[in-house]
Design a protein around this ligand. Structure first.
Ligand SMILES: C[S@@+](CC[C@H](N)C(=O)[O-])C[C@H]1O[C@@H](n2cnc3c(N)ncnc32)[C@H](O)[C@@H]1O
Length: 284
C-alpha cells in the first residue's frame, strides 16, 4: 500500500470510528483487511483502497467494523463489578428509593459480556431490587458484535474467562459446544447501534455509564468530547466507569476519579469530598 493510500484509509477510519492508526500499526490493516478482501474477491489492500477512494460506502462500513478490537469477557478486571455491587448500587438504591428506577449504559459493549455481567449481579441481588425498573442498554458501532450480544451464545473459551462456574451453570444452558445465556438474563439488556462520535440524542439520562476499553483507541480531542457529552447524560450522583488503562486525569475536567475506587469517576461539579465520602461510606 502506498503511503498516500495508507493516509487515506487511516483518515477514513478516524472520521468514521475515531480509531487512530499510525504507520507503525500498518500491520493491523494488513491482518484485518485480508478477510474483507477475500470476501469481496479483491486482490488485497491496494484494491480495497481503490474501492474506498471511489466512494464505496458499504465497503467503508465493513472495513471500519473489521478494524475494531472486540475483545471482551465476563466480569472483566473484576473491580468495576465489585464497585457496582458494593459502592454504586447501594448508593443509588438509597438515592433513588422514591423513583425506584435505574438506567445503566454500557457504551462500546461489544459482544455483551459487560452488560450481562451487570445483569447477573442484579439477578443475584433480586430481593434488593424487587419492584425496581432497571434498564441496561448496551451499544456498539459494530452490528456484527451486537448481533452476537443479542444472541447471547458464547464459546467454552469465552465463558471460562472471568465467569465463576457457579454463575455459568446457574445462568447459561449448554448447547452442543456452546453456552446460551438464559432468557431471564438476556431480557434484562437492550442493545442499540451507536457510534460514540455521534451526538447522544434520544438516549435520556443514565445513573451509571460503563465506557471501558474503547477510549484507548482515540486521540485526546475525541476522548475529551466523548467524556464531556457523557457527563451531560449523568446526574450529579451518577458514575462513569473506565477501563484499567484509561483515565480522566489530564484528559477531561468533566470528571473526578473517585479515591480508593479504581476506574470509578464522578462528575467534577460534585465537590471532591462528596465523591470521597461516597467511596468511604461503603468501604470501597
Ligand atoms: C475492546 S471492546 C470493549 C468491550 C467492553 N466494553 C469491555 O471492556 O470488555 C471495544 C468496542 O468498542 C467498539 N467501538 C470502537 N469504536 C467505536 C465507536 N466510535 N463507537 C462505538 N463503539 C465503538 C468496538 O466495536 C468494540 O466492540
Amino acid at each position: 500500500m502506498t503511503p498516500q493510500d495508507f493516509d487515506f484509509v487511516a483518515q477514513m477510519l478516524k472520521r468514521r470510528s475515531g480509531l487512530v492508526i499510525t504507520p507503525e500499526k500498518a500491520y493491523l490493516l494488513e491482518s484485518r483487511m485480508g478477510p474483507v478482501a477475500r470476501k469481496h474477491g479483491l486482490a488485497g489492500l491496494d484494491a480495497i483502497a481503490q474501492k474506498l477512494k471511489a466512494g464505496d460506502e458499504k465497503l467503508a462500513a465493513e472495513v471500519t467494523e473489521a478494524m475494531t478490537t472486540n475483545e471482551s469477557f465476563f466480569f472483566r478486571d473484576k473491580t468495576p463489578f465489585d464497585h457496582f455491587e458494593k459502592l454504586m448500587l447501594p448508593a443509588l438504591l438509597q438515592a433513588r428509593a422514591a423513583q425506584r428506577r435505574l438506567r445503566i449504559w454500557c457504551a462500546a459493549a461489544s459482544t455483551g459480556q459487560e452488560p450481562y455481567s451487570l445483569a447477573i449481579i442484579l439477578k443475584e441481588k433480586a430481593a434488593l431490587v424487587k419492584d425496581w425498573k432497571i434498564e441496561i442498554i448496551g451499544t456498539d458501532l459494530s452490528n456484527d458484535v451486537l448481533s452476537r450480544a443479542k444472541n447471547g451464545v458464547y464459546t467454552q473459551f469465552e465463558v471460562q474467562r472471568g465467569l465463576p462456574i457457579t454463575l455459568l451453570v446457574k445462568y447459561f444452558n449448554k448447547e452442543g459446544e456452546q453456552w446460551r445465556i438464559k432468557d431471564e438474563i438476556r431480557s434484562m439488556v437492550q442493545y442499540r447501534t451507536n457510534n460514540l462520535l455521534d451526538p447522544f440524542t434520544g438516549f435520556g439520562t443514565f445513573d451509571i455509564i460503563y465506557c471501558r476499553n474503547v477510549l484507548i483507541y482515540f486521540d485526546e480531542a475525541t476522548k475529551k468530547s466523548i467524556l464531556l457529552r457523557m457527563s451531560q447524560l449523568l446526574p450529579d450522583d451518577g458514575y462513569l466507569l473506565l477501563g484499567a488503562a484509561e483515565t480522566v486525569v489530564g484528559v477531561s475536567t468533566a470528571f473526578w476519579p473517585v479515591e480508593n475506587a479504581r476506574g470509578v469517576n464522578m462528575k467534577a461539579n460534585v465537590v471532591r469530598p462528596a465523591a470521597l465520602a461516597a467511596a468511604k461510606a461503603v468501604g470501597a
